[in-house]
Design a binder for this molecule. Structure first.
Ligand code: ADE
Ligand code: ZN
Length: 333
């Protein structure tokens, strides 16, 4: 049994595996510009964030019905459970679907159908976080926010910010984040993946976020690092993603050990596992090996994932106790 953990940075659309993409394409009469799954997999070679996003948005064409979204989420939750994930806070990109003519209700109710059964079926508790596409307008984000109101506090518990980062600073979304705070929603944002450290500061100060997704580039600003340590702002790192999108050269260069040593509250996550080569435990094992992490560092990362989550205190305490009591297999780590 893998180490119990929470997944806090996971785009549900990024869990669309080639097999499922082709099955949904056939079911919906959508023609993909790839002959088969092998040819599709060969397209998974990215030079930067945008080159990935181009394929990520294109493949969403196969997602059309509530059942498609339910199947996508159910397949993810089954895999997550195998990877020791006990709690998942799941992002989705409403605008990427409504722009294609798929109603928001189809997306939210479809995902919700799978999430409703997750604890019972897989032992995985869940939250749903809707992300605004930062390369779309602030007005589009506001429109999406208002359309999603019927699900606030029930299906949808938070807002996030993703897509192409550079040139789209957090402050562009000041208004919608203020409304999200008024509505009692949690707030997170991608910052410092490809964008500068200043975007992290802006996300904290202008958007009032509780966590930073990625946050890798905080290391360029020592005062910011001091602040993140002092305030224990969680950073949801995604190591395999960072290598695939060329934010870092190799996993051995990942600053995770330095970040842990500095006292940053870092967690390890999978971002878009179908595209980047691994789910939550795959990411943990990859950094364990490349960065020679010891058992206590792995245990700390797992505990951090629950500390940084939006879980209620009772389940958080129970899962932290499981992490503390976890016995590594002999020979492992
Ligand atoms: N959307 C899906 N994955 C993303 C990432 N790694 N960065 C920004 N937006 C995304
Ligand atoms: Zn992401």
């Amino acid at each position: 049994m893998p180490l119990p953990k929470a997944e806090l940075h996971l785009h549900i659309e990024g869990t669309l595996e080639p097999d499922l993409a082709f099955a949904l394409a056939a079911r919906n009469g959508v023609t993909l510009p790839y002959a088969d799954t092998e040819e599709l997999r060969r397209a998974y070679s990215f030079s930067d964030l945008q080159s990935f996003l181009d394929l990520y948005y294109a493949l969403m064409a196969v997602l059309r019905t509530e059942q498609d979204f339910a199947d996508l989420a159910d397949a993810y939750l089954a895999r997550a459970a195998e990877q020791g994930v006990r709690h998942a806070e799941i992002f989705f990109d409403p605008q990427a679907h409504t722009a294609r003519g798929v109603p928001l209700g189809v997306v939210v109710e479809g995902l919700g159908r799978a999430l409703d059964r997750s604890e019972e079926r897989y032992g995985v508790s869940t939250r749903l976080i809707m992300c605004f596409l930062r390369d779309e307008s602030a007005d589009s984000a506001l429109e999406t926010f208002e359309a999603a109101r019927p699900w606030f506090g029930t299906r949808i518990t938070g807002v996030g910010l993703d897509s192409a980062e550079v040139g789209h600073p957090p402050a562009k979304f000041r208004e919608v984040y203020r409304l999200a705070a008024d509505a009692g929603l949690h707030r997170v944002a991608h910052a410092g993946e490809e964008g500068p450290a200043g975007y992290i500061t802006e996300a904290l100060d202008v958007l009032g976020v509780e966590r930073i997704d990625h946050g890798l580039r905080c290391l360029e600003d020592p005062d910011l690092v001091d602040r993140l340590v002092r305030e224990q702002v969680p950073l949801t790192l995604c190591p395999l993603s960072n290598v695939r999108l060329r934010c870092i050269d190799t996993l051995a260069d990942h600053p995770l050990p330095a970040m842990l040593a500095a006292g940053l509250l870092v967690t390890v996550n999978s971002d878009d596992p179908a595209y980047f080569g691994g789910y939550a435990d795959d990411n943990l094992r990859a950094v364990e090996e490349a960065l020679k992490l010891d058992r206590e560092e792995l245990r700390l990362l797992a505990a951090n994932s629950f500390r940084a989550s939006f879980l209620d205190e009772e389940r958080r305490a129970a899962l932290l106790a499981e992490v503390a009591a976890y016995e590594f297999e002999p020979g492992a780590a």
